[in-house]
Ligand binder design. Structure first.
Ligand code: FAM
Length: 456
């Protein structure tokens, strides 16, 4: 079938059987020990979540249903409209892979893309009005969380649950419909937020039902040479490159295992049977934190500030000095370090490769040059400093500065684009959570007294 829901319908009985078997036959198998260190240390090392779409290896980085970024770039269908065929895969293909575990055919990917475009044509009236009336200057991530939470008014799952006429076995179907509607609405919602920030709410571009999800995000930001006001006067090639940057970025930021703040929050809130809009809106609130999704903005600010202070972005000695000064002031080097990874994030490398493949475009961009140079110098400095467990660049090291290059310069806005992409992984898991009948999450907590008792 070319229909994602139908394919899931066929897959679910087997997976449900598998999870019941695991519970029945292996429910008491031990996975690891929980230490006091992990209880007071952000639960590091506690392997305690079920998450199917992606897995994260400290050295290999992210895998999407077992496939590396390189595999995905080779295997996942691209837009047939790409003029040179060298573009990035469609995030819609990635969504299919996450949901089903299978690489979609081009027909399946395009069918899903068309479905998202048909459902995403316009925002619900009430959300549109609400977004138009938000106070100016409101943080873009607050706007996104509000917009998403407001869409719970149209939640199929919440409506059916309230009526009391669905059984547990059917939950996933309505969660699926909400999830697809939510993802479909993100280009319009993102465009609305951006227009609130830069144009007093005046639309910046057209939504095209015959175009893919990422193209519509770009058009509604006013960043394509057709269909939008083309705020930055990008020529045809730049505009095509920007759409491909968006496909690349939104294709590889979809998910990063279950334990990160945005994914975990979505899953936790959803476990209380809050609908996908409320669940993902909560995830977005977590993504807004500076140690999580907001880091991309910090990196851009950092690169711009450093370029003012040094004589050239190629000056290794001055960069090194700048970093040491920062560390002496007990500040972190933004874009470096990771809670799980212990090597350069392959998502960073994919973004860097995007820039390297376009030497003429980026040759004069001091910030992009510095971003690249920094990735050679910062790991050496952090290793010598000796505290950071992962001295290598993380995902946020490159992405923001590439958007900045093309003219998206409103730093607080970057995380909204992250939020578009990140919807796909956690919402996939939410569908599977309900399909597999996973229960409400309720870990046990300990106070000082009980911890003390364990130490005696
Ligand atoms: N610069 C300087 N010091 C750093 C550092 C960095 N980039 N990364 C870690 N450290 C320090 C850290 O502050 C801690 O010091 P204290 O013992 O004095 O508290 C020590 O090294 C050990 O930390 P860790 O175990 O290596 O890292 P954590 O797992 O606690 O934290 C990060 C992980 C990502 C929060 C941390 O590396 C950081 O703050 N990095 C800079 C901010 C950033 O780039 N965030 C983006 C994360 C990204 F992947 C995402 O989620 N979007």
């Amino acid at each position: 079938s070319v229909g994602l829901k139908q394919v899931l319908q066929d897959l679910i009985p087997q997976r449900k059987h598998d999870i019941l078997e695991l519970k029945k036959n292996y429910g008491n198998v031990k996975i690891g020990d929980i230490t006091i260190g992990s209880v007071i240390g952000g639960m590091r090392g506690n392997t305690s979540m079920f998450w199917q779409g992606t897995s994260l290896d400290a050295y290999e980085g992210i895998k999407f249903q077992g496939k590396t970024i390189g595999d995905c770039q080779r295997l996942l269908p691209k837009s047939p409209k790409d003029s040179n065929g060298k573009g990035n895969f469609l995030p819609e293909s990635m969504l299919w892979l996450l949901m089903t575990g299978e690489v979609p055919s081009i027909e399946q990917a395009l069918h899903l893309s068309a479905e998202l475009a048909a459902r995403g044509r316009q925002l619900p009236d009430y959300t549109d009005k609400l977004m138009s009336n938000l106070p100016s200057g409101m943080h873009p991530m607050t706007q996104l969380a509000i917009g998403l939470a407001s869409m719970n008014k149209g939640s199929e799952f919440a409506r059916k649950y309230e009526k009391g006429d669905i059984g547990k076995n059917e939950y996933w179907e309505y969660v699926f419909d909400d999830a697809i509607n939510l993802i479909a609405a993100l280009p319009q919602l993102t465009g609305k937020i951006y227009s609130n920030i830069v144009a007093g709410g005046k639309p910046l571009g057209q939504f095209r039902e015959d175009c893919d999800w990422s193209y519509n995000i770009c058009s509604l930001l006013g960043m394509t040479s057709e269909d939008s006001c083309n705020r930055q006067n990008l020529d045809g090639k730049q505009s095509e490159d920007f759409v491909n940057l968006m496909r690349l970025y939104t294709g590889i930021h979809v998910d990063h295992e279950g334990g990160n703040v945005s994914a975990h929050t979505t899953h936790l809130v959803g476990s209380a049977l809050s609908d996908p809009y409320l669940s993902y809106s909560s995830g977005i609130m977590g993504l807004a934190g500076p140690l999580h999704g907001l880091a991309a903005q910090e990196v851009v600010r950092f690169l711009i500030e450093m370029n003012v202070m040094i004589s050239s972005p190629q000056s290794g000695r001055e960069i090194e000095q700048y970093l040491w000064n920062l560390l002496r002031c007990k500040r972190v080097i933004p874009g470096y370090g990771h809670a799980v990874l212990r090597k350069a994030d392959p998502r960073f490398i994919a973004m860097l490769d995007f820039a390297k493949a376009r030497p003429e475009e980026f040759a004069q961009d001091k910030n992009v040059i510095l971003m690249e140079k920094l990735s050679e110098i910062a790991p050496k400095v952090l290793k010598e400093h000796g505290k950071t467990k992962n001295p290598y660049p993380n995902v946020d090291s490159a992405s923001g500065i590439l958007f900045y290059h093309y003219g998206v310069t409103e730093l607080l806005f970057f995380t909204v684009i992250f939020g578009c992409s990140r919807s796909m992984g956690p919402l996939t898991q939410l569908v599977w959570d309900r399909a597999l009948g996973l229960p409400i999450e309720r870990p046990k907590s300990l106070d000082f007294k009980s911890l003390g008792a364990l130490c005696r």
